[in-house]
Design a protein around this ligand. Structure first.
Ligand SMILES: CC(C)(COP(=O)(O)OP(=O)(O)OC[C@H]1O[C@@H](n2cnc3c(N)ncnc32)[C@H](O)[C@@H]1OP(=O)(O)O)[C@@H](O)C(=O)NCCC(=O)NCCS
Length: 249
């Protein structure tokens, strides 16, 4: 799962993270050895207190350079991709799936509240970030996905006996691909195939829009997610480290 990045600049302030955590936060979505000096200059000029930086896992010398500069590892993200043309998509499962309306935001937020409490995210891995704020950001993210077009093009809901049991948010990221951004099932209803039903419905949503592929990402430790993706034909695609760095006076 990935939140929207901060564009193509090597680093940008993150007003949302700053308000979540009460410190001045910047993000560097794809730092490289070449852009690192600019990223650090940006943080100095802007009085950044916390930098969240991502780099490709294959760039180990960059990771080691970041460690020398006081960055610490907070997660490893794995991306999987599903080609929508082959193998053939699995048939939709016999679970009621429908697009969410704005009015569904509280129910979707409640699933996120339960499913992502204490989640293994890069936020939770930073001991200086408030635990409750780390949990709350998933609720906020899920709810805003139902309300804001810039967050998601569609939020698919799974309903079981009239109760909202799970959701998957989808966002087009290019002419040919969409990203499964946030995905969760109520803990009391996990392990019953609801996640699979959502993924399969998400794949069909993408295919119906003429896309060629769907990508999805999670922490490397999230085996339940990765197992569920593999079952419907996703394969590993790329991986990134997330580092945090605090700039203390
Ligand atoms: C990931 C998640 C959405 C999966 O939903 P789910 O409804 O429980 O998944 P399903 O019942 O459809 O299971 C799909 C497959 O994953 C496997 N699986 C599910 N939970 C698992 C677990 N905890 N450990 C190992 N395998 C697991 C199932 O066995 C199944 O494989 P099978 O076909 O061989 O039986 C759900 O566990 C969840 O909400 N987790 C917390 C939030 C989260 O991690 N979201 C994803 C972030 S990207």
């Amino acid at each position: 799962m990935t939140e929207a990045g901060s564009g193509s600049a090597p680093a940008a302030l993150s007003p949302l993270d700053s308000s979540r955590f009460g410190v001045r936060v910047a993000r560097a979505p794809q730092v490289t050895l070449e852009t690192l000096p600019d990223v650090l200059d940006f943080c100095k000029q802007e009085g950044v207190q916390l930098l969240m930086a991502r780099c490709e896992t294959k760039d180990l010398s960059l990771a080691q350079t970041l460690e020398r500069h006081g960055f610490f590892l907070t997660d490893t993200l794995v991306y999987f991709r599903r080609d929508l043309n082959r193998p053939l998509l699995p048939e939709p499962r016999p679970v009621t799936i429908r697009p969410a309306l704005e009015a569904d935001a509280p129910a979707v937020g409640e699933i996120a509240r339960q499913a992502f409490r204490g989640y293994d995210s890069h936020y939770h891995a930073d001991p200086r970030l408030d635990r409750a704020a780390c949990d709350a950001l998933y609720v906020d993210w899920a709810e805003r996905s139902c309300r804001q077009a810039d967050m998601a093009d569609c939020v698919l809901l799974a309903e079981v006996s009239g109760q909202t049991a799970g959701f998957l948010t989808l966002k087009r990221i290019s002419e040919s691909e969409a990203d499964g951004r946030l995905y969760a099932v109520l803990p009391s209803m996990q392990g019953q195939g609801i996640g699979q039903a959502l993924l399969i419905a998400g794949l069909h949503w993408c295919k119906e829009r003429g896309l060629q592929g769907m990508v999805i990402s999670t922490q490397i430790t999230n085996l339940a997610s990765q197992i569920s993706w593999i079952r419907v034909g996703f394969v590993p695609h790329s991986s990134f480290y997330t580092f945090h760095k605090w700039f203390d006076k």
